[in-house]
Design a binder for this molecule. Structure first.
Ligand code: 0WE
Length: 256
C-alpha cells in the first residue's frame, strides 16, 4: 500500500471512465499519488472534469492537443507552478484517421501517416522533453502500445507502424533520460473495450479470439493495467527502463 505516496503524476489520455488512462490513474491515486490530467478538446472537457473531481476539487485539469507545442508547454508550466516537480507521466494517446484503419495499409496517405505518427509517437518525445526538467527526483514515464507494433494485425495498419515508432522512441528516450534517473517504458495491452476501440469492425471477434488463444484463456481487466502502471511507476521497477511489458494474458508468446 501507498507505493506512490508523495509522487506527483500527470495523465494524458482520459476520455471517459472506460479509458485505459483512467484505470491507471485510479490505481496511481489509490497508491497515494497526486494527479493532474489533460483532456483533448472541449468535447472531452466535461468528462475529464467529472472524473478528475473524484480526486478532490483542486485537481489540476488542463487542455492539451499533443500536436501543439504551446499547449504541451502550458501544461508543464501549470504543473511547475502548482507542484514545482513531477514524478510520473502516463501517455495514453493515439490517433489515426478512421479511413487509414480500414482497407489496405498499402493505401495509407502521406497525411494519415503524418497524423498517426505525430499524435501517437512524436508526442511522447515532446512530453518527455518537457517533463524531464521537472523530474528532479527521478521519474517514470509510461506509454501504451499494442501487439500490432510487432506483428501484422489486419486493419491496425498505420497505427501498428506508429506504435512500432512509439516503442523505439521509448528505448531512445530511456537511453537519454537514464542518467537523470528517469525511466521510460511501454505497456503493451491486449484489446480493451474503450472509446478508441468502439466502431472498429471486428473488435468483438478480436476479444473472443484472445479468450480462445491466450494462455490465460481470458481478456485482461482494466484494473490489471492499473496494477502494472503502479508497478512501473514504483521503486519495484527501479531497474526497468526502455521495456515493453505485455499485459495481454500471454497472447504475445503464442506462435499459433
Ligand atoms: O491503438 C488502438 C486504437 C487507437 C485508435 C483508434 C481509433 C478509432 C477512431 C487510433 N485512431 C483511431 N481513429 C479513429 O478515428 N488499439 C490498440 C485498439 C485497436 O484499434 C484497432 C484494432 C485494435 C485492437 C484497429 C484495427 C484493428 C485492431
Amino acid at each position: 500500500m501507498s507505493l506512490l505516496a508523495g509522487k506527483i503524476g500527470l495523465v494524458f489520455g482520459v476520455a471517459n471512465k472506460r479509458s485505459i488512462a483512467w484505470a491507471i490513474a485510479q490505481a496511481w491515486s489509490r497508491e497515494g499519488a497526486t494527479l493532474a490530467f489533460t483532456y483533448q478538446g472541449e468535447r472531452l472537457k466535461e468528462n475529464v472534469e467529472e472524473l478528475a473531481a473524484t480526486f478532490g476539487p483542486d485537481t489540476l485539469i488542463l487542455p492539451c492537443d499533443v500536436t501543439k507545442d504551446e499547449q504541451i508547454a502550458a501544461v508543464f508550466e501549470a504543473v511547475r507552478a502548482k507542484y514545482g516537480r513531477l514524478h510520473l507521466v502516463l501517455h495514453s494517446v493515439a490517433f489515426a484517421p478512421k479511413d487509414a484503419l480500414e482497407g489496405k495499409f498499402l493505401n495509407t496517405s502521406r497525411e494519415a501517416f503524418r497524423i498517426a505518427h505525430d499524435v501517437s509517437a512524436y508526442s511522447l518525445v515532446a512530453i518527455a522533453r518537457a517533463a524531464a526538467p521537472l523530474m528532479t527526483e527521478g521519474g517514470s514515464i509510461i506509454g501504451m502500445s499494442y501487439y500490432g507494433a510487432e506483428k501484422v494485425v489486419p486493419h491496425y495498419n498505420v497505427m501498428g507502424v506508429a506504435k512500432a515508432s512509439l516503442e523505439a522512441c521509448t528505448r531512445y528516450l530511456a537511453y537519454d533520460l537514464g542518467p537523470l534517473k528517469i525511466r521510460v517504458n511501454c505497456i503493451s495491452a491486449g484489446p480493451v473495450n474503450t472509446l478508441a476501440a468502439r466502431g472498429i469492425s471486428g473488435f468483438t471477434a478480436m476479444l473472443k479470439q484472445y479468450e480462445e488463444r491466450a494462455p490465460l484463456r481470458r481478456n485482461l481487466l482494466p484494473e490489471e493495467l492499473g496494477a502494472t502502471g503502479v508497478f512501473l511507476a514504483s521503486d519495484g521497477a527501479a531497474a526497468i527502463t526502455g521495456q515493453v511489458i505485455y499485459v495481454d494474458c500471454g497472447y504475445q508468446i503464442m506462435g499459433m
